[in-house]
Design a protein around this ligand. Sequence first.
Ligand SMILES: N[C@@H](CCC(=O)N[C@@H](CS)C(=O)NCC(=O)O)C(=O)O
Length: 202
Amino acid sequence: MNMILYGTPTSGHTHRVELLLEMLELSYAYETTPTEARRSAAFLRLNPLGQIPVLVDDGHVLCDSNAILLYLARRYAPKSGWWPEEYPLALSATQRWFSIAAGELRNGPATARLIERFNAPGDLAAAQAIAHELFAFMDTHLAGRRFLVRDTPTLADLACYSYTAHAPEGGISLTAYPQIRAWLARVENLPRFKPMPRLPER
Ligand SMILES: N[C@@H](CCC(=O)N[C@@H](CS)C(=O)NCC(=O)O)C(=O)O
């Protein structure tokens, strides 16, 4: 196997891919790709959008974290339940969480963290408000459920874990969301879970 993951250790988009690579016990090389490196001609040939993560598998270039999750699950763990294609309702729900991961989760907690900890421009209060609206919904949704879609984990859980767990780094407390905290703990207890490093306090 010849796999390279381009990313950074504090990128939640990269972390969700690392989680699946680890959980599927796939071996891969890790190429740390900080902001400047994402502007290089060599990297832009891989992903013209200049974004991490990028996965190169046997010469095939894959971009976008959720698209990479889907590829890995179908390519290396078909019928494992990570992408529950045999169950149309669960499949639709998993895709819905992919959309939420790329929408509200990106625009809420991930953006608040970028503003708070990476000095990115933006409206912190607006991002925090999006996060709280999302988390109120997630907390209610998770009541009586073990994972976001099924009793067993799906790609939805990996897509949503990293930026939810690290929301406090964007000034968003999870104290008011006990169901979310219990779900985070269940993801962290999955075999071969690998944490994303916490950012140092400012
Ligand atoms: N939709 C993309 C978004 C990825 C993304 O926003 N990555 C950030 C880092 S977490 C990035 O590379 N931004 C461009 C930059 O910082 O130069 C995905 O899911 O992979």
